[in-house]
Design a protein around this ligand. Structure first.
Ligand code: GLN
Length: 555
């Protein structure tokens, strides 16, 4: 038998944790660290750890937790995964995401399968060991030399303590291969808001110390850049090596964050910490993008119609982050500046005439959604866009409701509806997919939708075909309902073009109206926004933006 030589792994691990408070851009910071290492020629991958008990993000309400992002393999995960994919321009997989729930679930499954050989299974070390094993699995799957892991929440919370314990255990084993980055909020006081306070960050470091960890770097998140004095104070008070406090000021464009980190040479400092040689960075295309964003002057107004029940813009931006980013990517590539506004569909139910405000926009999007609230308002908005030739892009629910609208008003199918809302509709033009019925009946909701990447074939001479420039595509899904096959012919006869369908021809993936009759009216059963990248805008978003540029909105 050949002798097995065990190659020592040189794998490096960067952990990103939060201090003081959450919501200060830890996800963008992690993505940016990954980006500046990748831009030095390293194979990197990004992992997100969420401390909640949910097994994945699929059952969470986006208005509370933010968007549910979907990966190619169907994993429903945190919105930060979308940032990683956008910054790294890589498709990630379920190995890159874990929650407390999923970790416990696998440890318990192993225990039930007698994999612990009769031993008592203790929380420590078993849970942290499972976390470490998952990180290595992610590295192997993505062929990564460096794994950048973001731990959700902030230090000092009960919830993420076992993940910090995983960092401690890994550091004990591979001291020189682990770098810990603390992203900490640095508040400002004083009349002009320029007096930056370092004390909360000092406390965050003490919390890390209490669990046996010490940061190698602190990223000071403040609304302005940290001055020399503040950096030196944090270095001194928190026992950091000189130069390892990095300024992370607010930015207008998140894609500027890696560029900012490089001003403090963060990339090479991390490499040095790992004992690796400094390397020249190649981020030319990224810098070009940053310039394009800054130089875009001509504004186009895009309205996103949804049920918003008076939530603040901040939460809305979080719930639809991939849609917003996809609009931005496409707009910047067309050298225009997008101005995105939230339009509450419930208003169009309360005051039907107010739907006329849509004529003030260059283009309208109805994004994905579930349930009954605000649906009639969305349908009214879609009707207005169709009749008044305003560029319209419907994403998933936005496509299904466009089919309902068309069925009611153009195909004259009275009371047509989606079975999600009216199961007794005489014309259920959108119906539950046959294999989804049992899930609803059994109340089996977790990870049971039609999820992830599926291929579709496109019809020639359509908007979709010319946008993609190819007849076969793959896009990500998250739905239970579909265009009812019994109505396809009837809808086509009345003018709907189903320009994309599953390879067996059964499931309608894209609907559009003839370009000769409407400048851009397209709906997708999938979520194109999940695959748009800053340097590779999604082809359908690009077409939508191009049509929107030509639209002359009313004043
Ligand atoms: N509620 C619809 C469905 O389940 C649409 C889902 C969505 O927009 N993601 O099919």
């Amino acid at each position: 038998m050949a002798k097995r030589t065990q190659k020592k792994s040189n794998r490096k691990y960067v952990f990103v944790v939060g201090g003081v408070m959450s919501g200060v851009g830890k996800g963008v910071a992690s993505s940016s660290i990954a980006k500046i290492l990748q831009s030095r020629g390293y194979e990197v991958t990004s992992v997100k750890i969420d401390p909640y008990v949910n097994v994945d993000a699929g059952t969470m309400n986006p208005t509370e937790h933010g968007e549910v992002f979907v990966l190619d393999d169907g994993m429903e995960c945190d919105q930060d995964m979308g940032n990683y994919e956008r910054f790294l321009n890589r498709d990630l997989s379920s190995t890159n995401y874990m929650t407390t729930g999923s970790i416990y679930q696998s440890v318990i499954t192993k225990e039930r399968n007698l994999e612990f050989e009769g031993k008592q299974v203790e929380v420590v070390p078993r849970i942290p060991l499972e976390v470490i094993a998952r990180l290595d699995k992610a590295a192997l799957k993505n062929k990564a030399e460096i794994v950048i892991t973001e731990i959700g929440g902030t230090v000092g919370e009960y919830e993420n303590i076992l993940f910090l314990e995983a960092v401690r255990m890994l550091k004990l084993r591979k001291h020189d291969d682990v770098v810990l980055v603390l992203v900490s909020f640095v508040p400002a006081l004083g009349a002009g808001g320029t007096e930056l306070k370092t004390k909360p960050t000092q406390h965050a470091v003490r919390s890390l110390n209490a669990v046996g960890l010490h940061p190698d770097f602190i990223l000071g998140r403040a609304h302005i850049p940290l001055d020399k004095k503040r950096k030196e104070k944090l270095e001194f008070m928190c026992s950091l090596e000189k130069g390892n406090v990095i300024s992370a000021p607010n930015v207008d464009n998140i894609y500027d964050v890696p560029i900012n980190f490089e001003k403090d040479e963060l990339g090479n400092k991390i490499l040095l910490k790992f004992g690796l040689k400094p390397k020249k960075i190649n981020m030319a295309d990224w810098r070009e993008l940053s310039l394009a964003v800054k130089s875009a002057r001509k504004e186009i107004k895009i309205g996103i119609v949804g049920k918003y029940f008076g939530s603040g813009d901040f939460m809305l931006a979080d719930s639809y982050i991939s849609v917003i980013e996809a609009v931005k990517h496409a707009a910047y590539s067309e050298k225009v500046k997008p101005v995105i506004e939230w339009l509450d569909s419930i208003e169009y139910e309360r005051r039907p005439a107010s739907v006329r405000e849509l004529s003030k926009y260059n283009g309208i999007i109805v994004p994905g959604g579930f349930g009954e609230r605000g649906v009639e308002g969305k349908i009214a908005a879609i009707k207005y866009c169709r009749e008044n030739k305003i560029p319209y892009f419907g994403l998933c629910y936005g496509m299904q409701l466009a089919v309902v609208e068309f069925a009611r008003h153009a195909a004259k199918l009275k009371n047509a509806n989606t079975a999600e809302i009216d199961p007794k509709s005489p014309h259920p033009v959108i119906d539950i997919m046959p294999d989804q019925k049992k899930n609803l009946e059994a109340k089996n909701f977790g990870a049971t939708m039609r999820l992830g990447a599926y291929p579709a074939l496109l019809k020639k001479n359509t908007i979709a075909f010319s946008a993609y420039g190819s007849g076969k595509i793959s896009e990500r899904h998250r739905h239970r309902y579909e265009v009812n096959p019994q109505y396809i012919e009837r809808l086509e006869k009345s003018g709907i073009i189903f320009s994309g369908a599953s390879p067996d021809g059964k499931l309608m993936e894209i609907m559009e109206l003839d370009r000769k009759t409407h400048p851009f009216f397209v709906g997708t059963q999938f979520h194109p926004e999940f695959k748009s990248r800053p340097l590779h805008p999604h082809p359908l978003f690009k077409e939508f933006i191009k049509a929107s540029i030509h639209q002359k909105p009313a004043r």
